[in-house]
Ligand binder design. Structure first.
Ligand SMILES: *Cc1c(COP(=O)(O)O)cnc(C)c1O
Length: 397
C-alpha cells in the first residue's frame, strides 16, 4: 500500500487560551494603540518588550509592525544612507534585500555553503565593500559566529542579525541576536511566535535603540517604554530622527506574551520533529542532509536537504511525486520566484555577479516547513515518503 500524508503544511497551532483571553481584554478596554494606556497601566506592548528583553538577556527591545520593518529601522538607525552598499546573504528571503532597498541602499550578496550558511571566505573577500552586514540566519542555520565576528571586527563591519528563523537558537550557548549590534525578529504567522504580523528589534546600544524608537513612531512618548534607553539618550537624537510609523499594538502584543513564555517547550517540540525527519531521510541515495555543527543549538521549524547536481527535470519529478503523496516541498533553485522562494538573481533591483559555487548549492536546496500541528509519527511518515520518492527518481524508477 502506498502511504499518503494528509496533514496541512500551513496549519499552525491555535493561539494559547491565555492569549485569547488577554486579547479579549484589550478589545473590551478599547485601548489598542500602544500609547493608549490607563493611569498606572504599563500596556501589553511595553510589557512584551520588557519580557522579551529579559528572556533574551538584552538591554533594549522595541516591538514593531513586522520583521521587515525592524530591519529597515535598524539600517536607518545605523545611518545607512541612500546609495550605500550593505552586505547580505545570497540565500535568504525577499524581505531582507527588500529592507536594504527600502532605505535606498544597495544589497551586495555573499555566497552560501553546502551547510546553508553564509560563505565566510566570500564574506572576508567582500568585507571592504560596505560598513554594514545584514546577516540572515536563513532557515535557522547559524554559521560559525566566532569566525564571522572576527572577520567583521577586523573590517569594521557592523552587524544586524536577521533572526526571523532563530528565535530560541544559539551558537556556543550565546543566543542568536546577541552577536551583532542589533537583531531583528519576525512574529509573522510562520515564525516561532505568531501574531499574524509583527516584529521585535533588540540591541544593547542605547543610541541606536533611541533612534529606532523615535523612527518607529513613538511621538515623544518614549517614556512609556519599559525596555528603552534612558530619557537623556533620546534628548540627543529626538530632533534629528524622522517618524516612520511602524508600531506594534496591544492586541498583537497580548497574544505574543504567553507564546514567548512557552518558547522553550515549543523549540523542543520542533527539534523532536526535525530530528525525526532528518534521521528518517538518512542514507537516501542522491540526497545530501545538512550538517549541523555541535556549537549550534538550532530550532528545527523547517528542514532542508540538497539534491546536488541533479537535473532540473528530476528535481521537479521529486517535488511532484512527493506532492502527490501529500508532502509539500519547496525548491529554492527555480529561475522564477514562486510563493516564498526566490533566488538572489531574481531580485533585479539589486544587480549581482554570478556566484557559481553558491548557484550549485541553491539549485539543489529543497525546503519543507514543520508546523507543530504535525505529530512525531506524521514526521516519520513524511520522511518515509521523501526517502522513497527521492530514491525512486534517483535510481530512474
Ligand atoms: C519572514 C522573514 C523576514 C521578515 O519578516 P516579515 O515579518 O514577514 O517582514 C526576514 N527574514 C527572513 C529570513 C524571513 O523568513
Amino acid at each position: 500500500m502506498t502511504e499518503i500524508f494528509t496533514g496541512n503544511f500551513t496549519q499552525q497551532e491555535p493561539i494559547p487560551e491565555e492569549g485569547i483571553q488577554a486579547a479579549i481584554e484589550v478589545m473590551r478596554s478599547g485601548r489598542i494603540h500602544r500609547y493608549n494606556v490607563a493611569e498606572g497601566e504599563d500596556g501589553e506592548t511595553a510589557l512584551l518588550e520588557k519580557e522579551f528583553a529579559d528572556q533574551l538577556g538584552v538591554k533594549y527591545c522595541l516591538a514593531v509592525a513586522s520583521g521587515g520593518y525592524a530591519m529597515g529601522a535598524a539600517l536607518r538607525a545605523m545611518g545607512v544612507v541612500p546609495g550605500a552598499r550593505v552586505l547580505t546573504n545570497a540565500f535568504t528571503l525577499a524581505p531582507v534585500p527588500g529592507a536594504i532597498a527600502s532605505v535606498g541602499a544597495v544589497p551586495v550578496f555573499v555566497g552560501v555553503t553546502e551547510d546553508l550558511v553564509i560563505d565566510l571566505d566570500d564574506l572576508a573577500a567582500k568585507a571592504d565593500q560596505a560598513d554594514v552586514l545584514m546577516l540572515s540566519h536563513m532557515r535557522g542555520h547559524l554559521c560559525d559566529m566566532d569566525r564571522l565576528m572576527t572577520i567583521c571586527e577586523a573590517n569594521n563591519l557592523r552587524v544586524i542579525e536577521d533572526c526571523a528563523h532563530t528565535m530560541g537558537a544559539s551558537w556556543r550557548g550565546k543566543p542568536s541576536g546577541l552577536w551583532g549590534d542589533m537583531a531583528c525578529y519576525s512574529t509573522q504567522t510562520y515564525k516561532h511566535v505568531n501574531s499574524g504580523e509583527g516584529g521585535l528589534l533588540v540591541s544593547n546600544d542605547p543610541e541606536l535603540m533611541a533612534r529606532a524608537t523615535i523612527l518607529s513612531g513613538s511621538y515623544m512618548l518614549y517614556g512609556r517604554h519599559l525596555a528603552a534607553p534612558e530619557p537623556e539618550v533620546f534628548e540627543k537624537v529626538k530632533y534629528h530622527t524622522p517618524n516612520v510609523s511602524g508600531r506594534m499594538d496591544h492586541l498583537r502584543a497580548s497574544i505574543l506574551r504567553p507564546q514567548l513564555r512557552n518558547l522553550e517547550a515549543q523549540c523542543e517540540a520542533w527539534n523532536l520533529r526535525y530530528r525525526t525527519v532528518d534521521e528518517g531521510i538518512a542514507e537516501t541515495p542522491g540526497l545530501t542532509r545538512i550538517n549541523r555543527p555541535e556549537e549550534e543549538f538550532y530550532v528545527g521549524s523547517s528542514i532542508q536537504f540538497l539534491l546536488l547536481d541533479w537535473d532540473e527535470a528530476k528535481i521537479h519529478e521529486v517535488i511532484a511525486r512527493c506532492g502527490k503523496r501529500g508532502v509539500e516541498l519547496k525548491w529554492f533553485g527555480g529561475k522564477e520566484p514562486v510563493a516564498f522562494t526566490s533566488r538572489y538573481d531574481s531580485w533585479r533591483y539589486a544587480p549581482s555577479e554570478p556566484m557559481p559555487k553558491s548557484d550549485r548549492v541553491l539549485k539543489g536546496v529543497i525546503d519543507m516547513r514543520i508546523p507543530l500541528t504535525f505529530t512525531v509519527e506524521d514526521c516519520a511518515l513524511i520522511a518515509r515518503i521523501i526517502k522513497a520518492e527521492v530514491s525512486a527518481v534517483f535510481q530512474g524508477a
